[in-house]
Design a protein around this ligand. Structure first.
Ligand code: DGL
Length: 285
């Protein structure tokens, strides 16, 4: 099926997921929305994150998407239920694929998760891991300073190393053998985190796992595009912050062009509940 896949994130961090999707599903057209005007989601309440997630999804539904990927760990942790109950297209978040991979990889059943404050407080990963492996012990650590450090480009900087050394001791003490990078930004810190945790700890990039899950869902629902790519990928954001292209290109692993700033405020004002065909009318914005 030639329809595009929609992907949203609270900002441009979700491009780490886009990078994996491009690699695994090169014939699919991707439409990305990064809510750069309202980032961060990771410090906000469930109520607000749910509202934002629904609005982001509604924006993407305008493009007649065949599936929705919630690239943001925070939105996947707190807003999956409302999205799954509201949309008539398959919705794939990053939490379940990351949890499944951790369960497969752990040998000592001790799994660590790092993410935003909202993600860790939600215990979303713990829940999904223990559903699959009841004897698993899950250790969560919120690492709020990592997002700005990654956006600054300090991937291997002494400040980042010191910050990680403040956040990770509990994981080391508890001897986790698997650590989930539960935030869009953390895959860029993979090498630095690996050095601190040691080579015996397996790191899970939930974006990579999500791309595999998306492919599986497309195959199962007969949605995969079997012909040439129908059109170029599109990138929309609700604001263009400073150094945007530089940061975005770092996340994507190649030059980010084609980015369009949308007047999201106007979109929200115009939006009438239930307007989109494949959105049930019971969502309140
Ligand atoms: N995209 C968010 C996540 O993966 C990180 C940035 C934010 O706090 O919004 O959790």
């Amino acid at each position: 099926m030639k329809k595009p896949i929609g992907i949203f994130d609270s900002g441009i961090g979700g491009l780490t997921v886009v990078k994996q999707l491009m690699h695994l599903l090169p014939n699919e057209q991707l439409i990305y929305f990064g809510d750069t005007a309202r980032i961060p989601y990771g410090t906000k309440s469930k109520r607000l994150i749910e509202r934002y997630a629904v609005e982001d999804a509604k924006f993407l539904l305008q493009y007649d998407i065949k599936a929705l990927v919630v690239a943001c760990n925070t939105a996947s942790s707190l807003a999956m239920d409302v999205l799954l109950n509201s949309l008539d297209v398959p919705v794939i978040g990053v939490v379940i694929p990351g949890a499944e991979a951790a369960v497969k990889l752990t040998c000592n059943n001790k799994i660590g998760v790092i993410g935003t404050i909202a993600t860790i407080n939600s215990k979303s990963y713990t829940l999904q891991i223990q559903k699959r492996l009841s004897e698993a012990q899950v250790f969560g650590q919120a690492c709020p300073l990592l997002v700005p450090l990654v956006e600054e480009g300090w991937l291997d900087d002494e400040v980042t190393i010191l910050t990680l050394k403040k956040y990770l001791p509990e994981m080391i003490k508890e001897q986790v053998d698997t650590l989930i990078l539960g935030c869009t930004h953390y895959p860029l810190l993979e090498k630095t985190i690996q050095k601190i945790m040691g080579d015996h700890v397996r790191l899970i990039d939930s974006g990579k796992e999500t791309a595999k899950a998306v492919k599986q869902v497309l195959i199962e629902n007969n949605l995969i595009n079997r012909s040439d790519k129908p059109g170029p990928d599109k990138f929309f954001v609700s604001d263009i912050p400073m150094k945007f292209e530089e940061i975005g290109s770092r996340f994507l692993g190649k030059t980010l062009d084609n980015v369009e700033r949308v007047d999201f405020e106007r979109f929200l004002v115009k939006l009438e509940p239930g307007r989109m065909n494949n959105l049930r009318s019971n969502i309140e914005v």
